[in-house]
Ligand binder design. Sequence first.
Ligand SMILES: C[S@@+](CC[C@H](N)C(=O)[O-])C[C@H]1O[C@@H](n2cnc3c(N)ncnc32)[C@H](O)[C@@H]1O
Length: 173
Amino acid sequence: MESMIEFVHRRIKEKRYQNGIDFTMGNGHDTLFLSDYCNCVYSYDIQQVALDHTKTLIKGRGNVTLFLKSHDLFDEDVQSFDVGIFNLGYLPGGDHQMTTNYEVTLRAIDKALTYLSKKGCLYVVVYIGHDQGKESSFLQTYFLNLDHKLYNVAKFEMMNKNNAPYVVIIEKR
Ligand SMILES: C[S@@+](CC[C@H](N)C(=O)[O-])C[C@H]1O[C@@H](n2cnc3c(N)ncnc32)[C@H](O)[C@@H]1O
């Protein structure tokens, strides 16, 4: 079976988009991927090392802008977007203390849903392990309470594996 992020990429590949946001740049794989399907990509991380990796990976692609700032401030740069990815947790191969924080993540997701275009999709890849599931449980409560008249919310997860990562897909109706 495909990984959670492969599942996200497969769904995104079905369309082309004006604006895409990578809310957690990391090593830049999702940013590079989005740049093939979006006219403009905005990508965020709080670590310089993430920007350095990503800059090398994207090799000067003209449709990508990298920002060294927290993802909850994205609205300073872009006011409407059609597809977005949050790939939560810590930078693989980096400092495991520099991880996403549930309060900031919730603030960013809540704001993102305001700026998401109609029929646009937000993908959130959630890992249970990095903070003993704290971020996951706060997010689940938030997702469960999203108004079904405004959003379609679905979850893709391995049912037979404890603490496996999962993906939440939120489509604006
Ligand atoms: C699992 S990694 C992302 C993987 C990445 N999408 C890739 O393709 O390699 C999570 C990243 O989120 C970043 N991060 C943590 N808090 C953040 C915040 N408030 N704003 C933006 N990025 C943040 C971390 O520094 C880390 O690089």
